[in-house]
Design a protein around this ligand. Structure first.
Ligand SMILES: Cc1cc2nc3c(=O)[nH]c(=O)nc-3n(C[C@H](O)[C@H](O)[C@H](O)COP(=O)(O)OP(=O)(O)OC[C@H]3O[C@@H](n4cnc5c(N)ncnc54)[C@H](O)[C@@H]3O)c2cc1C
Length: 487
């Protein structure tokens, strides 16, 4: 089968790339290894998605559904349960897919990789000990709870205080589990203080900064974990039946490496230009397989930009005046690393440490100012680099390590949106995700969970369908946030 553009990976970056390519009038295929489109969003039942792109605060499922509905209206060939096994580079790119119906061969003029990222496992972060049951990555635990309604354990220790660790801590606490601690190797949390307030302070979950898990022990199942204080060297055993590894993501780039795409060891992804073309002509990449994105909006934006790049490539219009951007000492990493044209483009990256009154500087000129730049949060802004410029990117500002005021502000906010799942009879999945359509008093979160533990819905259900009206007289309705079709 011949296509103009093949997109590999049906998460938000891939869906956006496929949609844009189809809008340009190309014959497009979208290849996804799992049985549904959506990628990470399918198991992201929390809110916080789409503030830039849709100007609304959506759950991952709601965001994904909006893209899927658009895709359904386009003439895009969708290959589900189809894994890109092999790709050969040439004037046309030839691909072999392993699918549920056997091997399929397809080809295209341009390919956009949007294969996302995988989670680090315990061995990659040096945790020794028994290979026992009860050790899961955050994504595995999220899928068990939020897609299949299975609780992985009761006494939980979480490794990593980034988005995944904090979200899981709150999910477990709301489900009535005891979260014995969140262990973080750095001196600051991996996500913003606002989220620390929402996910940990609300539930009195201890955050152990500058600590690490050294060892896990257990015969049939996890029994205890050895936690070390990195400041004092003191070690103590913590009793738990489950350890969740939420230690970050690594871009999935095996196939890109195989076809010779140059890699950036800092981002872990391919080196790209402002059209997200890799060093292999006609091969583009977008989303988490290029750099781990904090926000889905950025992944979508990169998917759309890569589609624009593929369009220019097919029409032989991609400029070729390649210049490197060089990182100054406070810049941790950034994309794109190369620039080929002179149109404005978005630069995404991270700095090395928290600074107040941050200035992003290009070739000695301040091009962007932000009151607060955090090492744990991405920066993104539009720039234009004229052809003749050598390009050095730098950040400067006052050292600043306490972002506590945001956390305090959130802690003092007495309302929260409740997110959870309820059982779904005769549905394509055993549970369906729900949220309160407005925040409710946080002191009622646990009562609302108890109330919802008695609730079951019948498939089919659409996003926005009301499950409970005016829960506990809060004035908020509980509504469906993921489409649930009848089996
Ligand atoms: C825990 C967590 C919480 C987050 N919270 C927020 C938030 O609150 N707000 C927000 O805006 N963003 C949030 N994000 C970020 C956002 O979810 C990601 O930036 C975004 O989902 C990345 O999209 P992607 O398409 O690049 O990757 P993914 O969503 O991972 O999609 C990649 C897809 O590629 C497929 N694939 C991989 N390899 C192959 C292959 N060889 N063949 C075929 N298919 C393949 C995978 O199955 C997958 O479906 C969060 C991320 C995480 C991890």
């Amino acid at each position: 089968m011949k296509f103009d553009i093949v997109v590999v990976g049906g998460g938000p970056a891939g869906m956006a790339a496929a949609l844009k390519s189809s809008e340009f009038g190309y014959r497009v295929a979208l290849v996804e290894s799992s049985e549904r489109l959506g990628g990470i969003l399918l198991r992201s039942i929390h809110t916080g998605f789409g503030l830039h792109y849709f100007k609304e605060n959506l759950t991952g499922g709601e965001f994904s559904d909006r893209l899927v509905r658009k895709i359904e209206k386009e003439n895009i060939e969708i290959f589900l349960n189809s894994y890109l096994e092999k790709i050969e580079n040439g004037r046309n790119k030839k691909m072999k897919l392993t699918t549920s119906e056997g091997i399929k061969e397809i080809e295209a003029q341009a390919v956009i990789f949007a294969t996302g990222a995988r989670e680090k496992n315990r061995f990659e972060i040096g945790i020794l000990g028994d290979r026992t049951s009860g050790i899961y990555t955050a994504g595995e635990a999220q899928a068990m709870m939020d897609l299949y309604g299975i609780l992985p354990g009761e006494r939980i220790l979480i490794v990593g205080s980034g988005d995944a660790g904090l979200i899981m801590a709150r999910r477990f606490a709301l489900e009535g589990c005891e979260v014995v601690g969140v262990v973080e190797i750095l001196p600051h949390p991996g996500w913003s203080m606002r989220n620390v307030a929402q996910c940990l302070y609300d539930f009195d979950i201890p955050l152990l900064l500058e600590h690490r898990v050294v060892e896990i022990r257990g015969r049939k199942r996890v029994e205890k974990a050895l936690v070390e204080n990195l400041r004092t060297g003191e070690r103590r055993w913590v009793e738990c039946d489950t350890v969740i590894i939420a230690a970050g993501l690594i871009p999935k780039v095996k196939k890109l490496k195989k076809i010779g795409a140059e890699m950036d060891e800092k981002t872990g992804g391919p080196i790209v230009d402002e059209y997200f073309q890799t060093s292999v002509s006609g091969i583009f990449a977008a989303g988490n397989c290029v750099m781990i994105n904090d926000l889905v909006d950025y992944a979508v934006e990169q998917g759309e930009t890569a589609a624009r790049g593929a369009d220019l490539y097919i029409r032989k219009l991609i400029p070729k005046n390649m210049r490197e951007i060089i990182a100054g000492k406070y810049i941790r990493y950034f994309i794109p690393q190369r620039v080929v044209g002179d149109e404005p483009f978005f630069l995404y990256g991270r700095i090395k440490k928290e600074i107040r009154d941050a200035k992003i500087i290009l070739n000695g000129n301040v091009i962007h100012g932000i009151p607060m730049a955090r090492a744990s949060e991405m920066f993104r802004f539009k720039i234009r680099i004229k052809i003749e410029n050598p390009t050095i990117l730098e950040a400067e500002g006052e050292d600043y390590t306490k972002s506590e005021e945001y956390g305090k502000e959130e802690y003092l906010n007495l309302k929260r949106t409740l997110i959870t799942v309820v059982p779904c009879r005769n549905g394509d999945l055993p549970v369906v995700s729900v949220k309160t359509d407005k925040p409710i008093p946080k002191k009622l979160l646990r009562d609302a969970m108890r109330f919802l533990s008695e609730v079951e819905v019948e498939a089919p259900k659409e996003i926005g369908d009301i499950v409970v009206k005016n829960i506990l007289n809060t004035g908020a309705d509980v509504v469906i946030t993921r489409r649930c079709s009848k089996l």
